[in-house]
Design a binder for this molecule. Structure first.
Ligand code: UT7
Length: 368
């Protein structure tokens, strides 16, 4: 049978705490008017102290699994795309795998900044259509508020926290993932970066004093790059899929800046209502922005089964990319599952495994 990679479940989680533009004006020299007119952002969500990239990712993943009627134990692969991982290693994906009880899944993080979710969709879709896996979770998750310098008005006004997840599944009916375009230009690596904490500049008192553990961005250059690539990448993936722009019902772009999306619309000669935009509520949640926007597009009835849609994004790296998808919608035969139970048992299982490892260590110590 020919295999197709369908999106059969989706879910999002954002922190409860809302940070308005007005509140930001209390801490840096900016105005609500400046932020609204230059970016379109009105408010963003900020993670609580006990909320992390993995906890948001797990919450979004469980919602997506519930919708797809898939048990965590059926998942073959988990990819978490993030720029604010739980740690440099182990991967956030491995922590999510444990938290949700996906006992047979492989798991890894993918680093392609805001474009990461599109890269991950491409990777799992090809693994699904080749027959290497049947069911995957692709998650975009960020707690950027923890790596933003709240004294830097060039960056702190833009970003927000949140997670979105898709379940991708092998089905024999045509549809789902059709084509993609993935690109990188590392000559622009320094335009958007978190300079310290890696092998080039290990964390030290000096790097902390210099604020090099925060996001650094040359906004104007990133803006120019984004307006150059968004329309081009959209057209490329549509043509690669054998379609024209007339066939596309909706474009779900990376939610970075209203003006960047307007510029892409103008270049493509499309009206703005072909683009789904929700960055006013969440700011730029980096790689989480496309799955979060997709969840809200479904809620808003902007997406119907059979629709041809394009995801398009850009970000640090520099990276950019796009994907053409025929939207599958919920599968009728799905029986709801109670993921709360799975999370409960996953917690107990993880606890018991840790104790077993400790006992094993003690016993082998005695035997030596
Ligand atoms: O996911 C990818 C992540 N990155 C992006 O998508 C960022 C893309 N870039 C942008 O969205 C825009 O470049 C920004 C929103 C970051 C900045 O907007 P801009 O229109 O490109 O402003 P600018 O950087 O050219 O700065 C214009 C002026 C400067 O003042 P001077 O030098 O003209 O006196 C800035 O210092 O605006 C000033 N400025 C601000 N003023 C008030 C910069 N940030 C602020 C601020 N409030 N928050």
């Amino acid at each position: 049978m020919k295999r197709y990679s369908h999106i059969t479940g989706w879910g999002m989680v954002v922190p409860e705490r809302i940070l308005t533009n007005e509140e930001i004006t209390q801490t840096v020299d900016t105005t609500d008017e400046w932020i609204r007119t230059r970016t379109g952002v009105q408010e963003r969500r900020i993670a609580a102290e006990d909320e992390t990239t993995a906890s948001l990712a797990s919450g979004a993943a469980l919602k997506a699994l519930t919708m797809a009627g898939i048990k965590p134990s059926q998942v073959d692969m988990i990819i978490v795309s993030t720029s604010s991982p739980e740690h440099t290693f182990p991967s956030t994906a491995s922590i999510v795998q444990d938290e949700i009880g996906a006992i047979k899944a492989g798991a890894f993080d993918l680093s392609a900044a805001c474009t990461g979710f599109i890269y991950a969709l491409d990777m799992v879709s090809h693994a699904i259509t080749s027959g290497s896996i049947d069911i995957a979770l692709v998650i975009g998750a960020e707690t950027l508020s923890k790596i933003v310098n709240w004294k830097d008005r060039n960056t702190c006004i833009l970003f927000g926290d949140g997670a979105g997840a898709f379940v991708l599944q092998a089905l024999d009916k045509p549809g789902g993932f059709i084509s993609s375009v993935l690109r990188s230009d590392g000559s622009g690596a320094d335009l958007l970066t978190l300079p310290a904490g890696g092998s080039k500049l290990p964390a030290s008192e000096q790097t902390v004093r210099d604020g090099l553990h925060y996001i650094h961005m040359q906004g104007r250059e990133v803006f120019r790059f984004a307006t150059r690539v968004m329309a081009k990448a959209t057209l490329e993936t549509v043509e690669k899929g054998g379609l024209t722009l007339d066939d596309i019902s909706l474009i779900i772009p990376h939610q970075a800046n209203q003006r960047i999306i307007e510029s892409a619309a103008k270049k493509l000669k499309l009206p703005m209502d072909k683009f789904f935009v929700n960055l006013d509520k969440y700011g730029n949640t980096s790689t989480a922005s496309i799955p979060i926007a997709t969840c809200e597009a479904v809620e808003a009835d902007a997406l119907q089964p059979g629709d041809m849609i394009v995801f398009v994004g850009f970000g640090g790296g520099l990276t950019w990319g796009s994907a053409l998808i025929q939207w599958s919608g919920p599968q009728l035969e799905v029986k709801p599952i109670r993921t709360g139970w799975y999370q409960f048992w996953a917690g107990i299982r993880s606890f018991l495994l840790k104790i077993l490892r400790r006992i094993e260590g003690l016993l082998s110590g005695l035997g030596e």
